[in-house]
Design a binder for this molecule. Sequence first.
Ligand code: NAP
Length: 354
Amino acid sequence: MSRVGNAVTERSVRWGILATGGIAATFTADLVDLPDAEVVAVASRTRAGAEAFAERFGIPRAYGDWDALARDEDVDVVYVATPHSAHRAAAGLCLRAGRNVLCEKPFTLNVREAAELVALARENGRFLMEAMWMYCNPMVRRLKALVDDGAIGEVRTVQADFGLAAEVPPSHRLRDPAQGGGALLDLGVYPVSFAQLLLGEPSGVTARAVLSEEGVDLQTGALLSWENGALASVHCSIVGGTATSASITGSRGRIDVPDGFFFPDRFVLHRDGRDPEEFTADPADGPRASYRHQAREVMRALRAGETESPLVPLDGTLAVMRTLDAVRDRIGVRYPGESGATGEGAPALEVTPA
Ligand SMILES: NC(=O)c1ccc[n+]([C@@H]2O[C@H](COP(=O)([O-])OP(=O)(O)OC[C@H]3O[C@@H](n4cnc5c(N)ncnc54)[C@H](OP(=O)(O)O)[C@@H]3O)[C@@H](O)[C@H]2O)c1
């Protein structure tokens, strides 16, 4: 066992889990399967919640408040899995106490909160990463490498959608403004992040949405534009299950990702004048819907003493948050406590009123 500063070198990485809901359980189940990961502590808003989760996954320490987890020196990295509205508070608490943090997507409610966390991590020399597991997926990395190598020429358009029919009560986090509800932040973050993976930050954003009585977006369509003439059309919904497909068109071809573009098991490359080429996932990469790649990337970075992942760079996360802010600005979704423009601090974007 050895540690260099805050970095882990040869032993298991010790994880703490903050919040005990749906994705916390899914991610923890993946973690406990990894031989070089150890889940050593969990925190919940209630002691009973933490104890039940600890018992379910065989976790030695259960805390009834977040602060105790944040101060646990024997935790290398905390995974924050609260609703989005609490990401800033939970991740901030951990970073201030000297913990490294993997924070669920969307990273925060808006770019101001995101910039605060990024500054905290950088000032304190701590690792911080948005849990944008799509960027760690081997097939997505393969697709990006092909695009970067010019397989389809210059990217002209990206299309991607993520919609599901979520029949949930208004109190559910997906419909609750106080918990950052709506399709855009929960699901739209994927197509936006996908487009920005390939094209970087857009210079223009237009959007339209259908809002719920509570004031969150039930579905949103946005058109993103780039100075080089590229366009991305992204769509998200919590009232209809979409194909969850993506298509990238370039000057010399196209790549189609048939479904589940954020964790694909295959995609098809159409190069102009050639037969289509199908790319399929390597069975050695494990189950399709796996958070292991993301966990491995965090642990690789910690062992290397890195404070940021090159696969999910913080500047990329900030750029996505600026776009989400701009979309919310266009569709008129504000969350309680947000003052002024959500996109404050964002670069001037061309405004086309929704
Ligand atoms: N990466 C992915 O594929 C994926 C999938 C689903 C969700 N997510 C993201 O993960 C986050 C959590 O989603 P989820 O589906 O797991 O939600 P969830 O099932 O509602 O769980 C959230 C947990 O956070 C705690 N919590 C609830 N309300 C809270 C509040 N107002 N303030 C602070 N903590 C609260 C609770 O844990 P305690 O009772 O223990 O405090 C709750 O169980 C969201 O940001 C979501 O976008 C990511």
